[in-house]
Design a protein around this ligand. Structure first.
Ligand code: ATP
Ligand code: MG
Length: 452
C-alpha cells in the first residue's frame, strides 16, 4: 500500500504568526520517539526585550528544552491598571521577537481566554491536554521566583511543572529561598547566566521620553512599536473583557458587509468583481462539500485583501509586518505575487482577532497551497480558480466537476491545471509546489487503492 506520511509538524511560518499547537506538537514528537520538553515563558511582555530572550535561551540550553513558548498574560495579576500596550500588541511583539528562532514560539493561550489568568490555570490546562510524556518547565526570572509562593494555589504548582529560574541583575536568589521552595515540593533549576540588566519598565520609560531602546529590544519589535505609536506615554489601553469580540461576530452579516465595503476601497473594481465571484463559488462549494457556509464566504471575501498593492507596496507591507524575517528569502525576493496571501493573513489576524483562525489559514494558503489542506482551504483554493468570471483554458470544464467528484479530487484537478499553466507560461514555480504536488499524488494513489 502506498504510504502517506503523517502530517508534518506545523509550517514554521504559520506557527510563528498564528500560534502554535503545543498539543499536536507534543503528540508528533512523542510518536516519532523524540522528547517533548516544553518551556513556558510567562510574562507581561510590555514590551518583550532581550532580557526575556536571553533568559529563555539560557534555560532552553541548560534544561534541554525542545520548544519555548512565550505566553503573554491577558491581564497580569499584579499589574492590573499599569499595563501600557494592548494585549494583542504584546502578542504581536512576542511573535516578532521569536521569529528568528525555530525553538521559540509565541502563544495566545492566555490571551485567548480573555480574562485574568493565573499560572496555575494555564499549567493545569496544559497538563490536561498534553500527552503523557511531555515535560513542562515553567521559566522565570529571579524576581518572579521570589514571589512564586504567593501565587494563586501555590501549593498546586509543584505537581504541574518543573521550574527554571534565571539570575537577574538586582535580584538575589538566596539559598534560603531555594530551600523553602524545595520543602514546598518545587523542583527548581537555577540557571546562572550573565545578567542582562534590562526591564520592560526601563524600555517603556525610554520610549516615553523619546530616548533610544535599540539593543535592549529587537529591531523588528522597535519597528512595530513605532508603526503602532506605542509607549508614547504610558496609558492603560487593555480592552475590556466583555468588549472583546468573539469569533461569532466575525461570521455575522454585519462583519461581512463592513469588510466588503472596506475591500471595495482597497482593490480595483475588476478585482472586487473577482472577489465577489469567489464568495459565490465558496458558497456553492461549501454547500456541495459540507463546509460551513459563512466561514467559507468570509474566507472568499478576505483572500485578496492586499491585492490592491503593487510589487513595491507589497514588499513594504510584508517588511512592516515582519514577514521578511520568516519567509523563505528567495520567495520574498522573487515572488512578490504570492506575498499578498501572507500579508493579508497576518494583517487581518492582528486587526480583527475575532476572525476564526481557520479562515486566516485559508487566506494564507490560497496561493501556493499546502501538503495538508483542510476542506475549507481546498474550497477557497478551488473557488479562486473556478469563479464564474474566469473563462480561460480548462476552467469551464473544471467547473462542471463541482459536486461530481470529491473535494480532494477537485482540488487535485485545479492544482494540476494551475501548475501546468504556470509551466506552459514559463513562470517561476514556488518551491513548495513540488511538495504539494507529491503529497497530492500520494493521496490520490491511496484513494485509488482504497477503492480497489
Ligand atoms: P516589567 O518591568 O514591566 O515588570 P519585566 O522586564 O520584568 O517587565 P516581565 O514581562 O514582567 O518583564 O517578565 C517576564 C519574565 O521574564 C519574568 O519571569 C521575569 O522575571 C523575566 N525577566 C524579565 N527580564 C529579565 C531579565 N533581564 N533577566 C532575567 N529574567 C528576566
Ligand atoms: Mg517584571
Amino acid at each position: 500500500m502506498a504510504r502517506l506520511d503523517p502530517p508534518k509538524a506545523h509550517d514554521p511560518r504559520w506557527r510563528k504568526f498564528f500560534g502554535f499547537d503545543a498539543v499536536k506538537w507534543a503528540h508528533e514528537r512523542l510518536a516519532a520517539g523524540e522528547s517533548a520538553r516544553l518551556g513556558i515563558m510567562g510574562g507581561t511582555f510590555d514590551p518583550v526585550h532581550f532580557g526575556h530572550l536571553h533568559c529563555a535561551e539560557r534555560v532552553r540550553e541548560a534544561c534541554g528544552l525542545d520548544m519555548v513558548l512565550f505566553m503573554p498574560t491577558f491581564i497580569p495579576n499584579f499589574k492590573q491598571g499599569k499595563v501600557c500596550a494592548d494585549a494583542l500588541d504584546r502578542l504581536a511583539m512576542c511573535r516578532l521577537a521569536v521569529a528568528g528562532n525555530l525553538a521559540f514560539c509565541a502563544s495566545d493561550r492566555e490571551l485567548a481566554r480573555g480574562r485574568v489568568t493565573y499560572t496555575v490555570d494555564t499549567l493545569r490546562e496544559l497538563r490536561d491536554e498534553l500527552p503523557e510524556g511531555t515535560q513542562v518547565v515553567f521559566i522565570l526570572g529571579a524576581d518572579s521566583l521570589a514571589s512564586i509562593m504567593r501565587w494563586r494555589e501555590a501549593e498546586s504548582l509543584p505537581v504541574l511543572a518543573e521550574y527554571a529560574a534565571v539570575t537577574r541583575p538586582g535580584y538575589e536568589v538566596s539559598p534560603d529561598l531555594l530551600e523553602r521552595l524545595g520543602e514546598a515540593g518545587f523542583k527548581v533549576t537555577l540557571v546562572e547566566a550573565a545578567g542582562l540588566d534590562v526591564s520592560s519598565t526601563e524600555v517603556r520609560e525610554r520610549l516615553a521620553e523619546g530616548r533610544s531602546a535599540r539593543y535592549l529590544v529587537p529591531d523588528s519589535v522597535l519597528r512595530y512599536v513605532e508603526s503602532r505609536s506605542l509607549y508614547k506615554e504610558c496609558q492603560p489601553t487593555l480592552r475590556a473583557q466583555d468588549e472583546a469580540p468573539s469569533a461569532q461576530d466575525a461570521l455575522s452579516a454585519e462583519f461581512f458587509e463592513a469588510r466588503k465595503a472596506e475591500l471595495a476601497k482597497r482593490v480595483s473594481p475588476k478585482r472586487f468583481a473577482h472577489v465577489m465571484g469567489v464568495v459565490d463559488m465558496c458558497e456553492r462549494l461549501a454547500c456541495a462539500y459540507g463546509v460551513d457556509v459563512p466561514t467559507a464566504r468570509l474566507a472568499g471575501l478576505l483572500h485578496d485583501w492586499d491585492k490592491g498593492l503593487d510589487d513595491e507596496g507589497i514588499w513594504e507591507r510584508a517588511a512592516n509586518l515582519g514577514l521578511d524575517e520568516v519567509l523563505d528569502p528567495w520567495v520574498f525576493a522573487n515572488m512578490p505575487q504570492v506575498l499578498h496571501a501572507h500579508t493579508a493573513a497576518v494583517a487581518l489576524s492582528r486587526e480583527f482577532p475575532q476572525i476564526p483562525r481557520e479562515v486566516i489559514q485559508a487566506v494564507d494558503r490560497h496561493t501556493v497551497g499546502d501538503e495538508n489542506m483542510t476542506p475549507l482551504e481546498m474550497v477557497l483554493y478551488c473557488a479562486d480558480c473556478l469563479e464564474e468570471g474566469r473563462q480561460f483554458g480548462d476552467i469551464p470544464e473544471l467547473r462542471k466537476l463541482v459536486g461530481q467528484v470529491s473535494l480532494d479530487e477537485l482540488f487535485f484537478r485545479v492544482y494540476e491545471f494551475w501548475a501546468l499553466m504556470l509551466l506552459s507560461r514559463r513562470n517561476q514555480l514556488h518551491p513548495v509546489t513540488m511538495n504539494v504536488w507529491n503529497a497530492l499524488i500520494a493521496k490520490r494513489q491511496l484513494r485509488r487503492e482504497e477503492n480497489d
